[in-house]
Design a protein around this ligand. Sequence first.
Ligand SMILES: [Zn+2]
Length: 232
Amino acid sequence: MMDSAMKRIVFLTFLLVIFIPSSLLMAQSGQQKRWVIIDAAHGGTDGGVIVTDKIREKEVTLSLSQLLQKELARTPGIQVQMTRASEKTMSIAERLKIVRAAPAEALFISLHVNAGFGKNASGYEIFFPGFKAAPEDKGDSQVILKDMVKNKNLNDSVRFAQAIQRNMENVFPRKGRGLREAPIPILNDLTLTAVVLEIGFATNTDDRKKIMSEKTQQAIAQALSKSINDFF
Ligand SMILES: [Zn+2]
């Protein structure tokens, strides 16, 4: 994590870069494969937030993404693509390359650890891309078609976020901080079903213990796997 303004900028930049080109793929693709892109945020020189003296966010997100990958491997018909499967630095451009190689119908989930807002801030947060109604005054059929694709994917992102919220409630009862829309116009160009999950706060003692616990990580991976299956 970063402070909230910085976090928002990085998140939105990433989504912008991803979603504009993926809309072009979407229009051409008729595939019905169930693809899931798991993004273990940060990595290498980008450690993310400090969890303990020895552990950074990048290690937690990698561990969790690998657990989720294992969970999903049990479900036939789901193809998993990791943005990174090892401890290495990965730029947004490199992650984007991987996302663009996947079908446009892919689900995208980015995993993070939160920090800040004082020691009392705790719980998980789910972000989905902002929703804005399609412009009504454009008569061009291509534009209308594109808007329909966009709106479908925005709706799907909300539906995916809701599925995650339901299943995370079993892991962290009453710890959800709600679904959060990223309120930036840039996201109107989104055409991929996408969610960003902040699993908890490294700056909160209880959250930190859970984040570090293998058992909790496993439970989160199971909750996410179930959410993905629920979504499909
Ligand atoms: Zn992060």
